[in-house]
Design a protein around this ligand. Sequence first.
Ligand SMILES: Nc1ncnc2c1ncn2[C@@H]1O[C@H](COP(=O)(O)OP(=O)(O)OP(=O)(O)O)[C@@H](O)[C@H]1O
Ligand SMILES: [Mg+2]
Length: 205
Amino acid sequence: MEILAIIGQKGGVGKTTTALGLAVEATRRGCAVAIVDLDPQATAANWSDRREDKESPAVVSCQVARLSQVLEAAKQQGCKLAIIDTAGKSTDAAIAAAKAANKVLLPIQPQMFDLETLHNVREILTLAGSPTAVVVINRAAVQGRRHEETQEAAQAMGFTVSPVVIFQRAAHGDAGNIGLTATEYEPKGKAAQEIAALFDYINNL
Ligand SMILES: Nc1ncnc2c1ncn2[C@@H]1O[C@H](COP(=O)(O)OP(=O)(O)OP(=O)(O)O)[C@@H](O)[C@H]1O
Ligand SMILES: [Mg+2]
């Protein structure tokens, strides 16, 4: 089972939105997937409650101390991918998630406040045994090239940076409100295309 952890030291950068988007994309491609929600705010689990199809993707609310057992159960139940969503505030959860994962996704917004957090994230990754990790720019403005500057800055800090950028698109929030992802809400939209491209990029890492 592949394990993708989504971590970051800042709130509201799109960790949960990305986790849900990638999980639904995996489901659409026929991959059995579980989302392991380590956030005490349970944003992913609450999203699943709002969903008509509550089973797919499966969302399990989990405490850090139970992470390995929950991942093992997902594997036993035939999951081929587990996506761990974490809270921005908990370093312990981020370390545990990154340690359990074979790939780590680091969403950041294209701004200096977010770039600054990457120093701490690097320490977390080191403590977790340096898993494959990639920064993805989320909520990029459609106009301007701030996202490119942020990509360059993250690269200069020694991070691998996804060439796929997730732009600020209303479909993400509108979909989340009703327990969907942008891909389900607007299948032919740009948000859907970007999530699919990010899924492919991560898959090929
Ligand atoms: N690409 C995007 N375009 C538009 N809105 C977005 C995008 N990504 C995230 N959002 C919105 O930004 C807000 C925060 O996103 P999200 O909850 O995914 O962040 P988070 O990193 O999981 O936050 P937390 O640290 O609180 O768990 C939500 O309202 C979400 O709908
Ligand atoms: Mg979240």
